[in-house]
Design a protein around this ligand. Structure first.
Ligand code: COA
Length: 204
């Protein structure tokens, strides 16, 4: 696609990244209005990465704004510790637990409040994890593959042996995308999620 460029994240991309996250947050589709506050989903799946690991965040720039991103955490255990210490206090202030929240919203809040859910048993083989999302207009043109390659190369340069991700099994398009890129299914620990992993080559 003409005019699209992959480049490192800059702090001024934050709002555009939050927008991408909301508009792709429901099994790959638009999650706008799904919760009482649209910043809930990105405050779990986007903001912590921009804040805690900005060097592993890359965006697709269409000349005006970020229309897609890939976000990485190079060491999930370290990420979880820093999320709890540095991100969770602000998250708790912005998203207090409320008795009148819907069951779906409580479930989402629980993900935000419980970063230790990311401490799965395959972290030795797959210590890094990632999130990738593109606005619908940017999808299907090879940009997801290019963005993913950028992150995988950055992880490989750091000597990370493997990367994993967790996804909604209802998102069959994303599943095919990850399979095309060589990810294989890992043992899932929760019934409504699907985990995939990719081993990385040794750094040269
Ligand atoms: C999933 C996503 C990241 C893929 O990025 P993309 O730019 O659309 O994918 P690409 O065009 O780079 O495709 C790369 C390969 O995956 C395949 N692929 C991508 N999306 C596919 C789909 N929906 N169904 C089948 N195959 C697909 C392509 O055919 C392509 O194969 P090829 O390189 O051998 O030709 C992007 O569509 C997206 O952001 N979707 C919405 C948000 C989302 O679901 N994120 C993942 C959450 S877990």
């Amino acid at each position: 696609m003409g005019g699209m460029q992959i480049r490192p994240f800059r702090p001024t991309d934050r709002d555009a990244c939050y927008d991408v996250c909301v508009r792709t947050g429901l099994a790959g589709g638009d999650a706008t209005g799904a919760y009482s506050d649209d910043s809930l989903t990105p405050d779990i799946f986007c903001g912590p990465y921009l804040e805690l690991e900005p060097d592993l965040a890359f965006v697709i720039d269409d000349g005006e704004r970020a229309v897609g991103y890939v976000l990485g955490a190079h060491d999930t255990a370290d990420f979880v510790a820093r999320y709890r210490a540095q991100w969770l206090p602000g998250f708790e202030r912005r998203h207090p637990l409320r008795d009148d929240a819907s069951a779906d919203e409580r479930e989402m809040l629980d993900l935000g409040y419980r970063p230790e859910r990311m401490l799965t048993r395959d972290l030795e083989e797959y210590p890094a994890h990632l999130h990738i999302d593109l606005l619908p207009s940017a999808q299907g043109h090879g940009l997801g593959r290019a963005l993913m390659t950028t992150l995988l190369e950055a992880l490989t340069r750091r000597g990370i042996p493997g990367v994993h991700l967790e996804m909604d099994p209802a998102n069959t398009g994303a599943l095919r995308f990850y399979e095309k890129l060589g990810f294989t299914r890992l043992e899932a620990e929760e019934p409504d999620s699907l985990r995939m992993g990719l081993r990385l080559p040794a750094a040269s």
